[in-house]
Design a protein around this ligand. Structure first.
Ligand code: NDP
Length: 497
């Protein structure tokens, strides 16, 4: 039986998920689709694998993870080509994405022991006869659900953290990018052949939902805010903790003392790389009045040079094209002006660069995630107004500020998890920085120290090392001893400052 194929729309035929290129319809590959039973079986196998993986210890896991890292580096062209085939993104973009994933894998492997390993805490005077010990223990099995837009780096971030912390991982790639997901799992198995420490389960959204209910001990979800709510609801049934990396509507603020050429270049890159299908993509630009005209001119000039079908790949998920078209149309209907592109820019499977000005704040192009190569540029009186408008969103993922004197101050005031000053998206490429949002963009963190701790439970242990001078936790304490405790507390903490 052969279903009608639409380029880029995955189909399941006879239990096999077939993935195709969104522009050409060329087949990217096929993988078995999982049933609920398959998902549960994968988690069971992972539970056993996790125990073996934990026994390797931090050093043993580091060695394997670094071998996986090096293998990915050696085969980076193959991974980039596969990603480009499956998503339609330019090869160079896929390569840069792989580089970011390698950075996170390397960082997590090198730092897990320091961040999560056992350490002694400092003595507390009131219980000085006890030593305190802290370590971070793995959850066991972590379920990772990934999106299609960055099918390498978005899952490799949480997978690296989870594996380095000592968990086994069951990974559900997006139905649009299962082949890249399987490649990651297969290459990991080349360096860890003993046990299924990293597995993939493939299929549509129901497979992700099954993973949430499978008995996995922690879930890491990256995808849309709407699906995040479903994931949380499914996880709530068994109190499974979840880290949510959801959508964004990131803003760039351009202050009066900014380098305008650099800001324009960054806005175009931040807004249009991966054809704008970037969770931390710049979708809104707020420029102060003195630099606004020049910035618009330079953004239009630079974005106008991008070639659709070359630097600007197809929209990976065909139904997203309708959303992009609706946002552009809504902006224009409400009084916005297209200074580049516009409604005609939407020619499936492509959307050409579109720059809109004078777009009212209630337009969907300003309020909702567009996920296409569009930018709005809004003139503001000053940085205060820029911050107010930038923060007037339910999302809060990343952002950017261009300027000199006040740039870092402005960055601090943005309601978001990350901000790049005088660049865009840079934070996603730094292994030691946490990544995650606020509000509808989610909570919890991947990457960096926080991203490692996300996949481990803190375990506190106290060890008595002598007799209690101030015994408080016993029925055998005397009134005199309680009085002594109060005296000690007054001495230690009773002063006004
Ligand atoms: P979706 O929310 O549609 O899907 C994300 C994943 O969830 C997919 O694997 C999907 O499977 C799966 N899924 C769908 N339904 C369910 C369900 N009921 N229960 C469990 N899992 C389910 O997002 P997209 O794949 O369209 O990705 C784009 C979105 O991701 C954008 O909003 C973007 O901003 C966001 N994103 C956020 C990032 C961040 O770090 N904050 C990074 C990258 C993207 P299937 O594909 O098979 O439907």
């Amino acid at each position: 039986m052969t279903a009608t194929r639409v380029p880029g729309v995955p189909v399941i035929e006879d239990g096999v998920l077939i993935s195709t290129n969104p522009a050409t319809g060329d087949e990217a590959g096929r993988v078995p689709a999982a049933s609920d039973l398959d998902v549960n079986a994968a988690v069971e196998k992972a539970r056993d694998a996790a125990l073996w993986w934990q026994r390797l210890g931090y050093d043993g896991r580091k060695e394997r993870l670094l071998r996986w890292r090096s293998l990915i580096v050696r085969r980076i062209e193959e991974l980039a080509q596969l990603t480009s085939l499956e998503t339609g993104k330019p090869d160079a973009d896929a390569t840069v994405e792989a580089v970011a994933a390698i950075e996170h894998l390397d960082w997590a492997a090198h730092h897990a022991k320091r961040v999560l390993g056992p350490r002694k805490t400092r003595t507390r005077l009131l219980v000085a006869e006890h030593s305190g010990h802290l370590e971070y223990q793995p959850y066991g099995v972590v379920g990772v659900i990934g999106p299609w837009n960055y099918p390498i780096v978005t899952p490799v971030g949480p997978i690296s953290g989870a594996l380095a912390a000592g968990n086994a991982v069951v990974f559900k790639p997006s139905e649009y990018t299962p082949i890249v997901g399987q490649w990651l799992v297969d290459t990991f198995a080349e360096v860890v052949p003993e046990k299924p420490v990293l597995q993939a389960v493939h299929g549509l959204g129901d497979v992700g939902a099954a993973l949430c209910r499978s008995g996995a001990d922690k879930m890491a979800f990256t995808g849309s805010t709407a699906t995040a709510k479903k994931v949380m609801a499914a996880c709530a049934e068994n109190l499974v903790p979840v880290v949510i990396e959801a959508g964004g509507k990131d803003a760039m603020i351009v202050d009066a003392d900014a380098d305008i050429a650099a800001a324009a270049e960054a806005a175009v890159w931040g807004g249009m790389t991966n054809a704008g299908q970037t969770c931390i993509g710049i979708e809104r630009v707020y420029a102060v009045a003195p630099v606004y005209d020049q910035l618009v001119k330079e953004i239009v000039a630079k974005a106008g040079k991008l070639r659709t079908g070359e630097e600007i790949g197809p929209i990976t998920m065909p139904r997203q094209i309708d959303i992009i078209r609706e946002h552009i149309d809504d902006a224009l209907a409400k009084g916005g002006k297209a200074v580049l592109g516009g409604s005609d820019a939407v020619r499936p499977p492509y959307v050409s660069p579109t720059v809109l000005v004078d777009v009212p704040a209630d337009s969907t192009e300003i309020r909702d995630e567009t996920f296409g190569p569009t930018l709005t540029i809004t003139k503001v009186a000053d940085a205060d107004e820029a911050v107010r408008l930038a923060n007037d969103t339910k999302y809060g993922l990343g952002g950017a500020v261009f300027g000199k004197k006040n740039a870092i101050r402005i960055a601090r005031r943005l309601r978001s998890g990350m901000v790049a000053v005088n660049s865009t998206l840079t934070f996603v490429g730094m292994g030691n920085l946490p990544f995650g949002g606020v509000g509808d963009s989610g909570f919890g963190r991947i990457h960096g120290e926080d991203g490692l701790r996300e996949f481990a439970r803190p375990k506190a242990i106290t060890v008595r090392r002598g007799r209690s001078l101030l015994p408080s936790t016993t029925f055998e304490r005397t009134p005199a001893q309680v009085a002594q405790i109060v005296k000690a507390v007054r001495l230690l903490y009773g002063r006004r400052s």
